[in-house]
Design a protein around this ligand. Sequence first.
Ligand code: MG
Length: 254
Amino acid sequence: MIAIRTQEEIGKLRASAAILTAAFEAVRAILDVGVSTAMLDKVAEKTILEQGGIPAFKGYNGFPATICASVNQQVVHGIPGDRELRAGEIISIDIGVKYQGYYSDAAMTYPVGAISPDVRDLLDTTAAALHKGIQKCRAGNRLSDISHAVQTKAEKNGYSVVRDLVGHGIGTALHEPPQIPNYGAPGQGPTLREGMVFAIEPMVNMGGHEIVFLEDGWTVESEDGSLSAHFEHTVVVTGGKPEILTIAIENHRD
Ligand code: MG
């Protein structure tokens, strides 16, 4: 069953997403060459707690931090630590917030200093693929219309979408039904209805789609070592234009 949220619940999801946005702004403000991923984690946690939220990832199945910080060939679920960012790298930041029982979840891949045009294209394409998927979040469409739109955009530019990890429903739990793959034929799966809330999150590799899990039990990398980007929004299905609850994190995209 996919939950249908009331207007009151969507109000709480908006409030959760506002705290999440503040956390992204705090991270973006200090993200630079020489900054450790642990420092990014620290400012995100401080911001969320100050605003009355709860870091949703910390303690989730034992994950030790507020943010996932995944550098270069790391796809998702990187654990923050002492490693300092270097010019020309990319870093995917994924953050989740719980507020008054309601969850929001978003991710963005940032350049560190100047990046090459081909890396810039990977980032832009992944963000564009996410938005192609979001555009399908309208009542009456089918779930896999989202998947197909994401895949089509990513592959058109010569990249691969990760297949072993998926987006998800979100609301009173961080991960709810349905699973939302980033690939597949259109016109399949449940019919979308107003009030469904999804976290859509393409992970796009410059090389092949295969991934490997590191021995830390969390970090996921591209198997071929190619760069990987990850963009995610929490989105409400409506009868018309979808409501992207976390859109404001893009005000600080670069
Ligand atoms: Mg997610």
